[in-house]
Design a protein around this ligand. Structure first.
Ligand code: GFB
Length: 318
């Protein structure tokens, strides 16, 4: 059992969707949260990371900093997704080792598993088959990250663990249509179509791929829980437990936004992995389960979209 109370906790990536959810969740943990300004710490710069860790000496680290994006961003910027993520995770894990960070949690992604993995996907299916080509660069970086955490654990005896979340959404998401994941993209597209008085919603691909969605506040709660109780060599899946087709999720978004009409499919865009449902029985057996169902979560994400200005969500003026 690792205690967070009274500790200095660094949330790497605290400005992102996952990191900001972790900061919100940690507010009730009686710990000091370290959230350095970008000018103070450049995660891609080894010297900057080492100097900051030596100065601040955190007790615990949530490694939630990453270059992330949806299917198109992954497919079109392979160098950024591979290089940025390798640099960030290598710099942080090595600096944590040098400064004796007591506990570190590396956050990966469900895309680390083979494209055609049997469903639901158990942790032991890692590296048992070829990856989905649209996101293999990001997946390779995340596999390297979890292996790095495990290598430092084995060689140096550190309590470094890895958690693999499924597809995430919620407050703090990126609503830029080229870079975002499906849920924020559909929320924005549906909202703007409604404002223009249009009917129907266009989605990418065939609408048949199945995805599992976890609200980021559930993820943050799971991560804090695991930080305290999980201390195993193997990574652990963090999933919701059910999946839906993209067509179904599009209809849920239309209902939340109040847009009528049909769903149209742009089949010039990729589908990606046909299905990505995680087996989260390891996490459930430890005593954690999610609280926010998909309809409720979509309503929450839409509220966030409505509350934040164009600038905050990086939208071009429409
Ligand atoms: O969320 P998404 O971009 O990520 O796409 P992945 C999920 C599915 O939704 C794909 C479809 O089948 C898309 O074709 N989709 C439909 C859309 N309409 C849209 C749209 O307007 N925007 C987007 N983005 N998708 C990512 C990986 O894969 O998932 C990352 O590329 C990471 O590496 C992340 O693992 C969690 O689930 O396909």
């Amino acid at each position: 059992m690792f205690k967070l109370s009274g500790k200095k906790v660094y949330v790497a990536g605290h400005r992102g969707m996952v990191g900001s959810a972790l900061v919100r969740r940690l507010a009730s943990e009686d710990c000091a949260i370290l959230a350095p300004a970008r000018s103070e710490l450049d995660l891609k710069d080894q010297a900057s990371v080492r100097a900051w860790f030596e100065r601040e000496r955190p007790d615990a680290v949530f490694l939630a900093a990453a270059k992330v994006g949806g299917i198109l961003a992954n497919d079109t910027s392979p160098a950024d997704f591979l290089y940025d993520n390798l640099m960030i995770e290598a710099n942080i894990i090595e600096a944590a080792h040098r400064t004796d960070v007591a506990k570190l949690m590396f956050l990966g992604s469900s895309c680390i598993y083979p494209k055609m993995a049997p469903q639901p996907i158990t942790e032991d299916l890692l590296l048992t088959g070829p990856l989905e080509p649209t996101n293999e660069w990001y997946a390779i970086a995340k596999i390297a990250g979890l292996k790095l955490a495990r290598a430092y654990r084995r060689q140096h005896g550190h309590d470094y663990v890895s958690a693999m979340p499924t597809n995430l959404y919620g407050p703090g998401d990126n609503f830029d249509l080229k870079g975002s994941h499906v849920l924020p993209a559909l929320i924005r597209k549906a909202h703007e179509a409604k404002l223009r008085g249009e009917h129907g919603l266009e989605i990418w691909g065939t609408g048949t791929p199945r995805r599992e969605f976890l609200h980021v506040d559930d993820l943050a709660d799971a991560c804090v829980f695991l930080m305290k109780v999980y201390s195993e060599d193997e990574h652990i899946n963090v999933g919701f437990g059910e999946d839906v087709t993209i067509l179904e999720v599009a209809r849920m978004v239309m209902a939340a936004v109040g847009l009528d009409g049909d769903v149209r499919c742009d089949t010039t865009k990729p589908d990606g992995t046909p299905r990505k449902l995680m087996d989260a029985s390891k996490l459930r057996a430890l005593g954690w389960s999610p609280k926010i169902d998909l309809r409720q979560g979509i309503a929450d994400a839409y509220n966030y979209f409505l509350r934040t200005g164009d600038q905050a969500r990086g939208m071009a003026a429409t």
